[in-house]
Write a protein that binds this ligand. Structure first.
Ligand code: NI
Length: 255
């Protein structure tokens, strides 16, 4: 069984002690592909470096809404330069976060739109972070013709209604560790109703560790627990989930 973890942060300091060993372990455990997502200029650079070093790793470059306020006008140009690398397959993670509000909302929105425009110019899809900001995210999608750009809602936390709207816009839905939590009622419904062809799986490691390892450090090998839960919800085999989400991920990221 081959798995594609479409969203990880192996550049995180929590992997400083054993990063290479973790990557070797992922390969051994059947994780064939990992998309390492950048979240600011520094982590975008590290993502690209990791992708250059390891065949199984691809990268995205972008500035997370948490860091939107630290963006300068030259930041977009810096991202554009990094994105020339053939292992960069998306702009992200970008979006809005109204849970933490680390950057003023108007700034978050402005920088989100600018990075969607960058993705359009570069013909790359976007990886979108949306926390407690569903309304404004959908509004920006519609006003900025997201269908033309392509995108994935990473670690999807919206309702089934929102998921269906996203489908109409041609967007993919990515499922992460919280699907294994007892209170995941809304997301279980999303997985049940959304066609398998539009689903991706991810860990968002080192965060969002699935059951039965909740509380420990997450890593791409645990993406199998997300696949297992989706298989259970959809009544299909984990092998089929692995195969479909691999195909979907390759199609989405043009790998
Ligand atoms: Ni992330």
């Amino acid at each position: 069984m081959k798995l594609f973890d479409t969203h990880a942060h192996l550049d995180d300091a929590r992997f400083d002690e054993d990063r290479e060993a973790v990557i070797a372990q992922c390969i051994e455990e059947g994780v064939d592909l990992i998309l390492n997502a950048g979240s600011n200029i520094a982590t975008s650079k590290t993502s690209v470096q990791m992708a250059e070093k390891h065949d199984i790793i691809y990268a995205s470059v972008g500035v997370h809404p948490h860091d939107a306020a630290s963006m300068e006008n030259s930041t977009i140009e810096e991202l554009a330069v990094m994105a020339v690398n053939p292992k960069v397959k998306a702009i992200g993670e970008i979006g809005l976060d109204y849970y933490y509000d680390f950057s003023p909302r108007e700034v978050q929105k402005q920088r989100f739109v600018e990075q969607i425009d960058l993705a359009r110019q570069l013909k790359l899809p976007v990886i979108v972070h949306d926390r407690d900001s569903h309304g404004d995210v959908m509004d920006i999608f519609k006003k900025n013709n997201i269908k033309q750009v392509g995108g994935v809602l990473h670690s999807f936390s919206g309702s089934i209604e929102m998921a269906k709207e996203c489908l109409k816009l041609g967007l993919y839905i990515s499922i992460s560790g919280p699907i294994t939590f007892k209170n995941a009622v809304k997301t279980v419904e999303v997985v049940k109703e959304i066609p398998i062809d539009m689903l991706l799986i991810e860990t968002d490691s080192p965060y969002l560790t699935p059951v039965p390892y909740r509380g420990k450090r997450n890593y791409p090998g645990y993406v199998r627990y997300v696949a297992e839960k989706i298989a259970e919800i959809k009544g299909i085999s984990i092998e089929e989930v692995a195969q479909k989400t691999m195909e979907n991920g390759k199609r989405f990221f043009n790998i």
